[in-house]
Ligand binder design. Sequence first.
Ligand SMILES: NC(=O)c1ccc[n+]([C@@H]2O[C@H](COP(=O)([O-])OP(=O)(O)OC[C@H]3O[C@@H](n4cnc5c(N)ncnc54)[C@H](OP(=O)(O)O)[C@@H]3O)[C@@H](O)[C@H]2O)c1
Length: 342
Amino acid sequence: MGYRVAVVGATGNVGREMMNILEELKFPVDELFAVASRKSIGVEVSFGEKILKCQALDQFDFSKIDIVLMSAGGTVSKEWSEKIGRAGPVVIDNSSAFRMDPDVPLIVPEVNPDAVMGFRKKNIIANPNCSTAQLVVALKPLHDVAKIKRVVVSTYQSVSGAGKEGMDELWNQTKGVFVLGPPEPKLFPKQIAFNVIPFIGTFRDDGYTDEEAKMWKETQKMIDPSIQVTVTCVRVPVFVGHSEAVNIEFHTPMDEDEARDILREAPGVQVIDKREPTGYITPKESQGEHAVYVSRIRNDHTVENGLNMWVVSDNLRKGAALNAVQIAQLLHERGLLERAEA
Ligand SMILES: NC(=O)c1ccc[n+]([C@@H]2O[C@H](COP(=O)([O-])OP(=O)(O)OC[C@H]3O[C@@H](n4cnc5c(N)ncnc54)[C@H](OP(=O)(O)O)[C@@H]3O)[C@@H](O)[C@H]2O)c1
């Protein structure tokens, strides 16, 4: 017997991937409901062989639902996730609204599956930021062997991380450059086509952005509060797939060969690391895949116990939809899901 699942944000980048992944992973779904805003009432989305018509969030009865995969942005989550959780279903929330709430587990199943146990307090489980999710999958197995002291990360984040509007903006600007000149930036603060933008989110008083702060706070919540993380987040003109240049300093020895061996055995990780011109992964190759790819693993000659590596993953999958469905699988496997009365 399966579950009654609602995907909120079903017309979005992440929502569509959620439906693909529920099908791909054969998650036991009895009935799936596609939910979006009022403007999408009746809009058709596909779930396997089926075509579903979207329903409006504010008219939907969640009391008959077992699992809600929530992916409609932070403002919608702040207004709705707690209410939905109180109505019965467990909410797996993709936004940043509840990630740092002490009563809400923040989960990457390969990293901290046992932390899920506290989820009944609010009936909400948070999914991390897309850049954090792939980072922690690569850091955790190394931290288990030689404690990590400090991490320096520079991200190369695709435009799909900013939703379907972000993809449209890159597409329209790219076409425009060759015709009448690119249209004015709307979503991104500067032209993204043929450019890179070292600013994602909003500025904090200390000069970092909230996107950068999410990465260190979430890494500390999921792995270890003693890990120091410093970040520069950059938007690049790539449609799907986030990349990260990661420098790690350990408390105890860890060299490139040991790291490669550890990562080869690590859940969710695929090491592609040949010292030849095509022996690494690019975001294009990560698109549609489930793995967190680690390439270019090499000793850092400037510190005693340091490594550099290149980490790439599909931000719509491990960074969002796949991780959310894996959380649902984790709950199912541990017998933690209850079924609402139909
Ligand atoms: N993209 C990523 O890499 C990524 C990674 C991790 C987390 N996330 C998070 O996932 C969420 C969605 O991202 P996305 O990339 O899928 O965005 P998106 O492509 O812009 O889609 C947004 C979705 O939210 C729905 N929505 C907006 N306002 C709504 C409302 N008032 N009521 C009900 N539904 C509403 C939209 O429905 P309509 O079509 O009806 O407007 C659409 O289905 C965000 O919280 C984002 O931070 C994204």
